[in-house]
Every structure is written in structure tokens, then in C-alpha cells.
Design a protein. Structure first.
Length: 85
């Protein structure tokens, strides 16, 4: 399902799920990346994290050229944006 077919709440729930289940465990005790952007491909649940959303999305698309990317800002409830090809 593409993010465009979801409600904002559904998209946010997936982003939070990816963060909690995949990103946070990969930090291995490092500081929480508050303010960084999480770029998520909804089909594969693949992700990238960076201080800049466009950098995270670019790295994600290097692996998944047709990724349906949705971006979330870690620690901020309303800062998210979409980056479709």
C-alpha cells in the first residue's frame, strides 16, 4: 500500500513501528537521534536515518530506486513529509 492510500495516522503508525522495531535497536545504546529524519520505504520497511531528509531518502533510493518514501522527524510529532519519485 502506498503512503498516498493511507491516512496520516496510518502512515505515522508505520513510521513509529519501523523506528521502534528496527531503528532504535540498531542504535546499540547511542544517543537518541532527536531531530534527525527517518526515511521509510513502506513496501519493504527499509529505512535510512540522517540529519537531512533528502540525504536519507537519496541513500534509501540508491538501494530501492522505486521506493515509496515517507519521512519522519525523530522526536517531533508533526514534522513529516513525503518524497515520491
Amino acid at each position: 500500500m502506498a503512503w498516498r492510500d493511507m491516512t496520516a495516522e496510518e502512515a505515522e503508525a508505520i513510521g513509529k513501528s519501523v523506528y521502534e522495531e528496527m531503528v532504535r535497536p540498531s542504535l546499540k545504546g547511542a544517543a537518541e537521534p532527536i531531530g534527525h529524519f527517518l526515511a521509510v520505504d513502506y513496501d519493504s520497511r527499509d529505512w535510512e536515518l540522517d540529519e537531512r531528509l533528502h540525504k536519507a531518502a537519496r541513500r534509501l533510493r540508491e538501494r530501492k530506486p522505486h521506493a515509496d518514501v515517507y519521512g519522519f522527524r525523530v522526536g517531533f510529532p508533526a514534522a513529516f513529509e513525503s518524497l515520491s519519485p
